[in-house]
Write a protein that binds this ligand. Structure first.
Ligand SMILES: CC(C)(COP(=O)(O)OP(=O)(O)OC[C@H]1O[C@@H](n2cnc3c(N)ncnc32)[C@H](O)[C@@H]1OP(=O)(O)O)[C@@H](O)C(=O)NCCC(=O)NCCS
Length: 395
């Protein structure tokens, strides 16, 4: 008898339990942890692929935004992708993504982003590497600097709105950073099996910066040392930056390594006296353009630049993205119309690193991912120029 497959959110308790079991086996989690995770996300955020009526694969979707060129572009983050062990190797994950990406596109989302455990699967369905997340390690003993001019105090629940507004101001100026929703904020405040301690820095205009930190013991020597993991660190003024560095330095009697995440161009490192820090690639993230014209029109573009590009895009999954478009940029915004001469040709996959500015048009040409005449290459190099795309948050 032929196998039937269908797709959707979990329908009942039995399916939530099945999703938890797939999650536990996919990520080597305890049954209790997997149950908690799956139930916390609930049917709203979970999607299943069923084979003959039984859940065979699951994923978690996270609705949020991504700041690109200073504008927040609606984004669907994907996490928790798992296929039941007995169903692996048969294209189940690929088919789950076909259904899921179509649903998200129909819902109106222009973009999707994920952190891949394996790339070929996601490349198959149109994702490509399009940005980075770095680990930033600083030696606490080198942070005997900064100043204590601004007030620093423990964060309380009544600070939530001001802290979120502070993050948003900061993130909007960081190309690629998330316009967070509740899912990501929970990960910042209460990462798995832990609670982060929050501290705010206040100036005359209110909250100018803040930090969330977790202290871990590092068992070595007679006196156990500590490692500080910052789930968030934001300074929107130079005075807040100096106050936060001083605060971190005030942990130096017992703390050694201080870790946070962000871009390779971390501005706080400019205040550190010597190179007592390390910046290491943690992971690259992958982007899928679900709606090409919408994504191009939603992001911000360099002010003071104008130009047009004639694109020819191939997309085997979405016929709506397949074909020729003219991209016209002016005054920091873009308009896209169908048609044109198709002088810059690429697969929708290759469009991801171009769109975020992760790879230049010439680099994409060298990698065999883009073909164009010289004039189009020059125009594209200018229009897609900007800071390297990075992201602080993992999901
Ligand atoms: C990775 C996983 C989701 C793939 O599911 P699947 O249904 O077997 O995937 P598909 O059959 O659709 O395979 C598509 C492609 O993905 C890649 N792939 C599949 N399983 C893989 C694995 N275990 N490791 C690395 N790559 C894998 C292959 O390139 C495959 O194409 P190929 O068979 O032509 O080589 C599944 O093995 C799984 O649940 N693993 C544990 C959890 C995990 O790693 N999740 C991903 C988190 S981002």
């Amino acid at each position: 008898m032929e196998t039937t497959e269908d797709y959707g959110p979990p329908r009942d308790e039995h399916e939530l339990t099945a999703a938890a079991d797939i999650t536990a086996q996919a990520f080597a989690m305890s049954a209790t942890d997997a149950e908690t995770t799956v139930r916390k996300n609930g049917p709203e955020l979970l999607r299943l692929l069923r084979r003959d009526g039984q859940p065979a694969a699951t994923l978690t979707l996270i609705r949020m935004g991504q700041f690109l060129g200073g504008r927040s572009v609606p984004l669907i983050g994907v996490g928790g992708v798992g296929v039941a062990p007995a169903h692996r190797g048969g294209g189940v994950a690929t088919r789950l993504f076909h259904r899921f990406l179509r649903e998200m596109r129909d819902e109106g989302a222009p973009l999707s982003v994920l952190y891949p455990a394996t790339q070929p699967l996601y490349r198959r369905v149109g994702y490509e590497v399009a940005g980075a997340r770095y680990e930033i390690h600083v030696d606490a003993s080198s942070l005997e600097l900064g100043e204590r001019t601004l007030t620093l105090r423990p964060m309380t629940a009544s600070d939530d709105a001001a802290v979120q507004a502070c993050y948003r101001r900061f993130a909007a100026a960081h190309h690629g950073w998330l316009d967070r929703g509740e899912y990501i904020w929970k990960r910042v405040r209460t990462p798995r099996n832990d609670t982060a301690h929050g501290f705010v820095v206040e100036g005359t205009s209110g909250v100018e910066g803040y930090v969330y930190l977790i202290r871990n013991l590092v068992p070595q020597g007679a006196v156990p040392k500590q490692a500080l993991k910052l789930t968030d660190l934001v300074a929107t003024t130079p005075a807040a930056a100096r106050r936060l560095l001083r605060f971190l330095g005030d942990h130096r009697s017992l703390a050694q390594d201080i870790l946070w995440h962000g871009g390779a161009d971390e501005p706080l490192l400019a205040l550190v006296r010597e190179q007592t820090y390390q910046v290491k690639l943690s992971m690259h993230w992958m982007t899928r353009l679900l709606d090409v014209p919408k994504a191009l029109e939603a992001r911000g573009w360099p002010q003071g630049l104008s130009g047009a590009l004639h694109l020819d895009v191939q997309d085997d999954l979405f016929p709506e993205n397949h074909g020729r478009f003219v991209l016209e940029v002016e005054g920091g915004a873009a308009r896209v119309r169908p048609g044109g001469e198709g002088r810059l040709r690429l697969h929708v996959r290759g469009l991801s690193p171009l769109f975020t500015g992760f790879l230049s048009p010439r680099a994409l040409q060298l990698a065999g991912m883009l073909e164009a005449d010289d004039a189009s290459l020059t125009a594209a190099s200018a229009l897609f120029s900007g800071p390297a795309p990075s992201m602080r948050d993992m999901f």
